[in-house]
Design a protein around this ligand. Sequence first.
Ligand SMILES: Cc1cc2nc3c(=O)[nH]c(=O)nc-3n(C[C@H](O)[C@H](O)[C@H](O)COP(=O)(O)OP(=O)(O)OC[C@H]3O[C@@H](n4cnc5c(N)ncnc54)[C@H](O)[C@@H]3O)c2cc1C
Length: 309
Amino acid sequence: MTIGRKILLAAAKSEFLARQASNRYFARRAVKKFMPGEAPEDALDAGAILSREGRGTVFTKLGENLTRLEEAEAVRDHYLGMFDQIRERGIPGHISVKPTQLGLDLSRDACAEHLRALAGKAQSTGLLLWIDMEDSSYVDRTLQLYTELKPEYPSTGICIQAYLKRTPADLERLLPLKPIIRIVKGAYAEPPHIAFPAKRDTDFAFFDLSVRMLEAAATGDCLPVFGTHDIPMLERIAKRASEIGVADGKYEIHMLYGIRDADQRRLRTEGRVVRTLISYGSSWYKWYMRRLAERPANVWFVVRSMLPG
Ligand SMILES: Cc1cc2nc3c(=O)[nH]c(=O)nc-3n(C[C@H](O)[C@H](O)[C@H](O)COP(=O)(O)OP(=O)(O)OC[C@H]3O[C@@H](n4cnc5c(N)ncnc54)[C@H](O)[C@@H]3O)c2cc1C
């Protein structure tokens, strides 16, 4: 892991910096690169525009590690309403949640109950609920929650992280559930005994795990979703998919709003299923710092937004 990435991920944990950034005009302006706006309506409007181009959406409200159970209830209620709005507006949208945003730090049972409510709503509205993967201390609990949820609510997906050394074994344990899986490289600062410190090892793992998911897709045992902006990687995966006999419509590509937009459009035009993950909400600081850490060159966007004009 580079020093720049380490510093940015450490800064992501600072509550003091979070308060400072949220009050600064330049920071709010810089964050616009990655989100259409803080209000849910901003996200829905952007999703509606993308849907006209044939792109799907995944919506997520920013915020994690809540400190009061009432906040988790409010988040659950917010998402229940969001499912209705997505449906009413006819947007091909999913919702993605973080377990700590539903109170996992405070009560596992409450978090499980909220997830069940959201998974039930996803099912009844014909949409899909995604569960994000947070740092490594949450992986066991998150996988367990998914394992309990999936048999009852098939329209539920889980994220796995290629940088974790444990993930190949986790994937094998998930496959009997016929899972919906979004594989990503991983966005948190993790120690080397848990996660690959070298990016190229994460890239190798990402490809190997993707192939395993495609093999499972070939027998109808997995819906693979590749959550990456790594275009050469996506090309290798597409090539392998056609070798294995997995058609374009049998897997999806998900990317973040504001990143590699031209590629997202091109992939859609070429016939791939593409979804854009749109974040909204005012608690963007930690999430935004992880975006900067992914590409420290992005820090220049922040510096540029501090300049007048
Ligand atoms: C849909 C989706 C859901 C995600 N969910 C989770 C999750 O639940 N848990 C989790 O830990 N992580 C999640 N992530 C983040 C993920 O782990 C990576 O940190 C992130 O996707 C960057 O890695 P990459 O795969 O794009 O590849 P990289 O090899 O890091 O990047 C490939 C190329 O993409 C472009 N790029 C990548 N990131 C940026 C950026 N921030 N700004 C500008 N350009 C960029 C650059 O051109 C770069 O060269 C998610 C990512 C996506 C796309």
